[in-house]
Design a protein around this ligand. Sequence first.
Ligand SMILES: [Zn+2]
Length: 467
Amino acid sequence: MHGYKTTVGLEVHAELKTTSKMFCGCENNPHAAEPNTLVCPVCMAHPGTLPTVNERAVELVLMVGKAIGGELADFTEFDRKNYFYPDIPKAYQISQYQYPLVRGGKLAGVAITRIHLEEDTARSQHEGEQSLVDYNRAGVPLMELVTEPVIHDAETAGRFARELQLLLRTLGASDANMERGEMRVEANISVSKTDTFGTKVEVKNLNSFKSVEAAIHFEAKRHIEVLESGGVIIQETRGWDENKGKTFSQRVKETADDYRYFPDPDIPKLLRSAVSAWSDEALMAKLPETPDMKRTRYATQGIPAEQIEIIIADPVREAFFKVVTDGVVDVQLAKTLANYFTSDVQAHLENGSLVLNHTHAPAFCELARLVVAGTITSRVAKDLLLEVLTSGANPATLAKDRGLLQQSNKDELLPLIDAILMEHPAVVAEFKAGKEAVLQFLVGQGMKATKGSANPSVLAALFKERM
Ligand SMILES: [Zn+2]
């Protein structure tokens, strides 16, 4: 529009999945407990208390850094970010300013500036004239990832945020549910006609991928309209109104100077080389397969890209599918497994009728193998699927015992063909009058009578022949 280029940088906060809070022993569970029950003198900032660093929280941020190919710092420190607000009991937030844990790296094609560690604030709730504050969340470890301003459209921003959520879940670093506030995205948006960036506006309260994309669209359009009508963009923080689909002004943006950052004198400097769990070797040993590595592995087995995305979207379910497809080199078999897994299996999991059991993975693989070999029909496989996955029973034995092996023998099927034709003279007449579509009805009758075990193409050929 009018030659403007939109530029977006993202700041993403994610609550880390540790047992305890960032600087005290309180349980890290901001969602499940009664308000203000998971607090102690440290996270309530009583005078004389001292924070201690949660080693696991540091480790998780370093693992994210490794996964995105970032540079992990050896020396880091924590700083005080000073501001006064009811959600921050100390009147400062412990964060990292000059020495973040991670610099650089790339995810979904987007360059990362830095990742640092800080503590979450309490949760405020405003009800009419009153404000309520729940300090269970105060002091929960919070990772902040900042991207370079290299995103130029809303869709790329949305794709990046989805990929980060998937990575955090895969690493077990965060549940990263946006609607629960476990992952929060802020977008810095500007437009410009030249190579110099325009004035940027920060949009907060984006609690879904859709709002991230919609807010970027909205802001870019607003900026261009303001500039085209001769106005100027004010550097400010804006909120996102989900219902109206609009941003609104919240406050004029603070600069780093306003926060008077300085190193926290109560927390010792961190040296990565002094902690064995933070060494490159220890981190690499713990690093699970990343989403990109999974994509490559499944693509090599011949599984289509859209199905791979469904498979890797849930790391727990994917772990099962990995066992199922382990060592599978037959493309047809891999594709058949992916078909059942992304349709029938997912449906059973969604409606709660199935819980995946890794010891039953070979039986599921065998079921697909029988379909590929033509030993059972796809219809029979679908009927047996839930039972095989639940009990781990041998599908070949089940099919044989129940007379469900695929019947392709012409002589054995002929009496059934004739009986069905006798039963439906009107359909036969229609077929003879040129209505070939009725053949499907007859095949359906044949499948029904054989409990889905007849080979449908053999049935079709026989019906045609006999008519
Ligand atoms: Zn505490």
